[in-house]
Design a protein around this ligand. Sequence first.
Ligand SMILES: [Fe+2]
Ligand SMILES: [Fe+2]
Length: 403
Amino acid sequence: MKRILFVDDEPNVLEGLQRMLYPLQNEWKMAFASSGSRALETLEQSRFDVVVSDMRMPGMDGAQLLAEVKKRYPDILRFVLSGQSATDLVYRAVGDAHQFLSKPCKPKLLKECVDKAFALRELLASDSLKAVVARIRSLPPVPHVYAKLCEALKSSEYSIADVGRVIEMDLAMTAKILQVANSAFFGLRRQVATATQAASLLGLNTINALVLTTGLFAPIEGSKLPRGFSINALWEHSMIVGWYARSVCLAENTSSELAGDAYTAGLLHDTGKLVLASAYTEEYAHVYDHSVVNAIPLHDAEKQVLGCTHAEVGAYLLGIWGLPHAIIESVAYHHRPADSVGTSFAPLTAVHAADVLAFGLQKEPADYPAPAMDMAYLGRLGLEGRAVAWEGACANIDVRGGG
Ligand SMILES: [Fe+2]
Ligand SMILES: [Fe+2]
């Protein structure tokens, strides 16, 4: 039985939740707290798997509560159920919560989100994955600039100029972001000369995603990598998948937050390849050969040779970094979306489609078999008829141009 604690300062909301979630009482053991400090007391008394908190509460607010929960009980899954005000949305980019839900939230959606979070946690707790990760001497740390950026965004009075200043402290990062911002990827008509301009033209979501990706790729550039492994090709593939994932979302008319998550997830979806290739240089060369000789997809070869895939390793790392759940889920299941428990369009759907389309549309050279769209998964979502439209949306984008 899953144990879930709901926190909200409004008695009506708590009562409403209690009534609405009554049908789930055989699956969930639920408790309700009317303030952040009460919630912490309840957590001291018994064990919980999930905390679902309101954002704006007098005294300790939702952000402070979840940061405290993260510190004291890192295993507890943290959800925000908020009214989606502008400040809540900024907080969303900062990330002490796994998942953001907006009020009112239907029991079916809440249950699906909780189920997804549990399934992902189980996947990332597998012994073979832990064994592979444990052998890596040091996992890449959260990019320094990203951590600083999150700090800056936490202040309610931050400005775009502050964001620019944080990025400009790192010269290599600034150079890379300007290069990307000026590439054809973004189709901006004016030349971007400073990080502040880039931030105001591209928006916070995109800047956050670029900072993460650049921070991850940069330290590995120049280090010893397996033969046949091209960091430039992976960078380009990541940019294209991010861009395509966003286009698929636009074709589906999703919210801009969902499209932003899909973009970030697209940029980061093959993060695990970087981690594995730099930590297991010899073995990874063998993984490549194994996939070519047996004509099996690379992720299957990884599973057979190493015991886990780059999708799992990437998701594991992003989990440690505290990225939102939808992004981690997209990375974890991008080759096999049907393994997820989702039943509606999500960033995962966009990233899976984008990854497949990138191989097809960009004619990416690969010695191993190209991935195929998982039609059974799309069927489950009732979206099997949309694949053609997505391909059309992505085919229209000119992604060449030196990003
Ligand atoms: Fe992949
Ligand atoms: Fe990929």
